[in-house]
Design a binder for this molecule. Structure first.
Ligand code: GLN
Length: 307
C-alpha cells in the first residue's frame, strides 16, 4: 500500500473544506489560531513516516495529553488509579460537572476533564508542580524522540486566566476528597500539559508504542506492557472523543484521542500511529476535518480494530 499517496489524496480531497468547523474560543489564545490549516502524519510500526499538509506546524495538543499523563499515572500507581477514576464513557461534554455530584466526585473516565485532573493529581504525588510539569515534558519528548517538543506558555497562561469550569471541577472533587494536592497546584500542571505544542509528525511518533504492543517500534524500548497498551487503546476507543466517542468508533473504528486544539491521535494496532490536525471543531469539540480525514484513512487503508 502506498501510504504517501493515501495521505496526499486525503489532503487533496479535503483541501476544499479547510477552515470548516469552529475554533475553540473559550481559551482566548486558541481563538487566535488560523483555522485554515490541516496536517496529517502517519508513523508506521516499521518506522516509516508519511505526511501531508501542515504536518510540521506545532499546535496545542490539549486533551490528547491525557493519554500521556494516564500512561505516566499507570506507571506510578498501577491499577489502583481505578479507585479514583472510572472507565466508562460519559456521554457528556468534556467539561461537564453533572455526573460528578451523583457519583461522589469520581469522574467517569480519565479522558474527560474531571478524570484527567484526578490523573494529574496522581502524577503530582511526591513532586512540586514544576517538577511534575518537567516529568510530563520529559516523557513526551522521550516518546516523540525529539527534545524540541515544548510547552506554549501563552496558551497555559490563557487557560490559567480563564479556566473557571476546570477550577469548579477541581474544587468539587477536592470537596469529595478525590484530590490530594491544592487545586492551584493540580490545575497549574494540568494547564501546562494541555499546552504542550507538537506537530502531527511528532505526535504520531509519540503514539507509536500504542500501535506496537507497548514497545517503541524504533528503539525497541518497552514503554508499557502489551496488556496495558491494549487497555489504554480500549479507553481511547470508548472514551477518547467525549460524547462523540460512539460516533468516532462507528465511522473510524480505531482508538483515538482528540483535543480542542483540533488535533486527533489515532492508533491502528500492529500498523501505525496517526496524527491529524485542523483547528475547526464540530459541535462536541472534536476536529471536524480531522475526523473526516481519519474516516477516509480507515476506509482507504482498511485499518480497523474490528477487522
Ligand atoms: N485544556 C482544555 C480544557 O481543559 C482541554 C479540553 C479539550 O481538549 N477537550 O478545557
Amino acid at each position: 500500500m502506498d501510504l504517501q499517496s493515501v495521505v496526499d489524496d486525503i489532503y487533496a480531497d479535503l483541501a476544499p473544506r479547510i477552515g470548516e468547523g469552529k475554533v475553540a474560543d473559550y481559551i482566548p489564545q486558541l481563538a487566535r489560531v488560523n483555522p485554515a490549516q490541516f496536517g496529517i502524519a502517519i508513523t508506521t510500526v516499521g518506522g516509516e513516516v508519511f505526511s501531508a499538509g501542515d504536518a510540521a506546524v506545532p499546535f496545542s495538543i490539549q486533551s490528547i495529553s491525557k493519554v500521556f499523563t494516564l500512561t505516566l499515572a499507570l506507571g506510578k500507581a498501577g491499577e489502583t488509579i481505578w479507585n479514583r477514576v472510572g472507565r466508562e464513557p460519559s456521554g457528556s461534554a468534556f467539561n461537564s460537572i453533572v455526573q460528578l455530584e451523583q457519583e461522589q466526585g469520581i469522574p467517569r473516565n480519565p479522558f474527560i476533564n474531571a478524570g484527567a485532573i484526578v490523573v494529574t493529581d496522581m502524577v503530582l504525588a511526591g513532586h512540586a508542580p514544576r517538577e511534575a510539569i518537567g516529568e510530563i515534558l520529559r516523557f513526551v519528548r522521550y516518546l516523540a524522540d525529539d527534545e524540541t517538543v515544548g510547552i506554549d506558555d501563552a496558551v497555559a497562561a490563557s487557560e490559567q486566566a480563564t479556566g473557571y469550569r476546570n477550577r469548579a471541577l477541581a474544587n468539587f472533587m477536592r470537596g469529595f476528597g478525590n484530590l490530594q494536592h491544592p487545586v492551584d497546584h493540580v490545575l497549574g500542571v494540568y494547564f501546562h500539559q494541555c499546552a504542550l505544542a507538537m506537530t502531527c509528525r511528532q505526535l504520531s511518533r509519540s503514539g507509536l508504542f500504542l500501535a506496537n504492543s507497548g514497545r517503541d517500534a524504533m528503539s525497541g524500548h518497552s514503554v508499557v506492557s502489551n496488556r496495558r497498551a491494549r487497555r489504554i487503546n480500549a479507553l481511547m476507543l470508548t472514551c477518547g472523543h467525549y460524547d462523540g466517542s460512539g460516533d468516532f468508533a462507528y465511522h473510524v473504528g480505531l482508538p483515538g484521542k482528540s483535543g480542542v486544539g483540533g488535533g486527533i491521535l489515532a492508533i491502528a494496532p500492529g500498523k501505525a500511529s496517526i496524527a491529524v490536525w485542523s483547528p475547526g471543531l464540530n459541535k462536541v469539540g472534536n476536529s471536524a476535518l480531522g475526523s473526516a480525514a481519519l474516516e477516509m484513512l480507515a476506509s482507504r487503508t482498511g485499518w480497523s480494530v474490528f477487522e
